[in-house]
Design a binder for this molecule. Structure first.
Ligand SMILES: *Cc1c(COP(=O)(O)O)cnc(C)c1O
Length: 431
C-alpha cells in the first residue's frame, strides 16, 4: 500500500480517499475521469513556506509558470504576492490575464523572439534573464526601437552538476541554457556599454528535482564570485536570482527542507545586500495535485498484469518522458495489501504509454486510482495526442470543489482546422 506520509492533504475517510475533505469518488462522478485535482491549502502552504523561509530578506518568489499555468492557480499565487518566471509570450499573457504584476515578472528562455521581447518591453516586465550574447543585442535593439530601457540579468551557467536526471540538468557547461561562466564578465561589460539596457541582476537555474543542497551552495558561491568581479568593473548587481529546482518527494526521496535551504544560502549572503529572487515551480505545485483515473480493463500477458486506465501519456507524460515515478493509490482503501502487481498503462497507441510499472495494487475494472505528485509538469505538458481532449482541473478547498478548467470538447480540438478545404475539388482532380 502506498505511503501517504508525504501527502498530508490525502487521507481515507470511510475507506474512501479524500483530498482535503473532498471525496475523490464524488469528484470522479461529478466531473468524470481523467481529472486533475489540486489542493488549495497545499498550494498556499507551499508558497508561504518558501516565502517565510526567506522572510528576513527582501525576497521575490517568481513561480515558474511552465510547471502549471492554470489561470486560477496563477491568480491565487498573484494574490499571495507571488511574482512569475515566464518562458514565452503565451505565459506572459496568462500571467497578465490572471492579474499578475508585470513588475514581478522575470523572462527566462533561450529562444526569445522579437515579437516576445517587444511584447514584454511594452508590458514593462521586471527583468529579462538573458541567455546569449545575440539575445543581448536583440533586446537592446528592440528597446531602442520602442524608446525603452530593458532591465536585464544574465543567466550564468555555473557548471555545477545538480545530480538529477540528465533531461532536467540545465547548469552544466555544455548545456544549451545560460551563458558560460567564463564569458559572463565580458558579456556584462558589453551590456554595460549599450544604450538601451539596464543591468539589474544575475541569475542561474541549475536544474530540476534537486534533492541535495551542495549544488545550490556551489552555484551560489560561483555567482557571488562573479558579483565581486563585476563590482571591480564598476557594474552593480541589485538582485540575485537563484532559479528554481528544489525537488519534491515522489517516492521516498528525502528532500531539502526550506529552512535548511534558506539557512545555507542566507549564511553566505552577508556581503550581498540586494534583493533575492527564486523561481520555484515543482516545489510549489507538484505535491498539491493528483491525476484521478478509472480502470477500464485488466489484461494479462505472460509476464505482466496490465491495468488499462482512462488517463494516458497525453495527460501525464513524465513517466514516458523521464521514466519518472508517480505513486499510485487506490481510491477505495484495500482491505489488505494486494499481492497483484500491475503496469498502469493508458489507451494511447504507444508502448511508452506507461504511467507506472510493477505496482502492488488492488484494481478491478471501474475502480478509481489516484496518481500522486502530478500538480507540476502534468496538465501543463498535456497534449491532444490520439485526439484525446485535455482533462479538466478541479481545485478543492476544505469541503468545497471548484472547476478551474473544463474538459476539452471535440469542437475545441478541431476548431483551428479549416474545413473549407473540403469544398474545393480534390487536388488529385486538378492535377
Ligand atoms: C523550469 C524552470 C524553473 C522551475 O523549475 P522547478 O524545478 O519546477 O522549480 C525555474 N527557472 C527556469 C529558468 C526554468 O526553466
Amino acid at each position: 500500500m502506498a505511503n501517504l506520509t508525504p501527502f498530508p492533504e490525502l487521507s481515507y475517510h470511510d475507506n474512501q480517499l479524500h483530498l482535503d475533505e473532498v471525496s475523490l469518488t464524488k469528484l470522479a462522478e461529478l466531473y468524470g475521469t481523467p481529472l486533475y485535482v489540486y489542493s488549495y491549502s497545499a498550494l498556499v502552504k507551499a508558497y508561504n513556506d518558501f516565502k517565510d523561509a526567506f522572510k528576513t530578506r527582501d525576497t521575490l518568489i517568481c513561480y515558474a509558470v511552465k510547471a502549471n499555468g492554470n489561470l486560477s492557480l496563477l491568480r491565487e499565487l498573484a494574490n499571495l504576492g507571488a511574482g512569475f518566471d515566464i518562458v514565452s509570450m503565451g505565459e506572459l499573457q496568462r500571467v497578465l490575464q490572471a492579474g499578475g504584476d508585470p513588475q514581478k515578472i522575470v523572462f527566462s528562455g533561450v529562444g526569445k523572439s522579437i515579437e516576445e521581447i517587444n511584447y514584454a518591453l511594452k508590458t514593462n516586465i521586471f527583468c529579462f534573464n538573458i541567455e546569449s550574447e545575440q539575445e543581448l543585442y536583440r533586446i537592446n535593439e528592440c528597446a531602442l526601437n520602442l524608446g525603452k530601457k530593458a532591465s536585464i540579468s544574465f543567466r550564468v551557467n555555473p557548471d555545477v552538476d545538480p545530480m538529477t536526471h540528465p533531461y532536467i540538468s540545465t547548469g552544466l557547461k555544455n548545456s544549451k541554457f545560460g551563458v558560460p561562466f567564463d564569458t559572463a564578465i565580458e558579456l556584462y561589460r558589453k551590456a554595460h556599454l549599450l544604450s538601451h539596457v539596464q543591468i539589474k541582476g544575475i541569475d542561474c537555474h541549475i536544474g530540476s528535482q534537486i534533492t541535495e543542497l551542495e549544488p545550490f551552495i556551489e552555484a551560489l558561491e560561483r555567482i557571488l564570485e562573479l558579483i565581486l568581479k563585476l563590482n571591480d568593473h564598476g557594474i552593480a548587481i541589485s538582485h540575485l536570482d537563484l532559479g528554481g529546482g528544489l525537488g519534491i518527494t515522489y517516492k521516498n526521496e528525502t528532500i531539502i527542507s526550506l529552512n535548511d535551504y534558506a539557512q545555507a544560502l542566507l549564511s553566505r549572503l552577508n556581503n550581498f545586500n540586494g534583493q533575492l529572487i527564486f523561481e520555484p515551480g515543482r516545489r510549489i505545485i507538484g505535491n498539491s495535485g493528483l491525476l484521478l483515473t478509472r480502470v477500464e480493463y485488466l489484461k494479462q500477458s505472460p509476464d505482466h498484469n496490465f491495468a488499462i486506465v482512462d488517463a494516458a501519456m497525453n495527460d501525464l507524460v513524465r513517466p514516458s518522458l523521464y521514466d519518472a515515478w508517480h505513486e499510485v493509490v487506490e481510491v477505495k482503501k484495500p482491505a489488505i495489501e494486494s499481492n497483484q502487481f500491475f503496469d498502469v498503462v493508458g489507451p494511447v497507441c504507444e508502448t511508452g504509454d506507461i504511467l507506472a510499472s510493477n505496482r502492488s495494487l488492488e484494481a478491478q475494472p471501474k475502480d478509481l486510482l489516484a496518481i500522486l505528485s502530478a500538480g507540476a509538469y502534468g496538465s501543463s505538458m498535456g497534449s491532444n495526442y490520439n485526439a484525446r481532449p485535455r482533462a479538466p482541473e478541479v481545485l478543492v478547498f476544505q469541503d468545497q470543489h471548484y472547476l478551474i478548467s473544463r474538459r476539452e470538447s471535440h469542437e475545441e480540438l478541431t476548431q483551428r482546422e479549416l474545413t473549407d478545404f473540403f469544398n474545393l475539388p480534390p487536388l488529385s482532380k486538378i492535377i
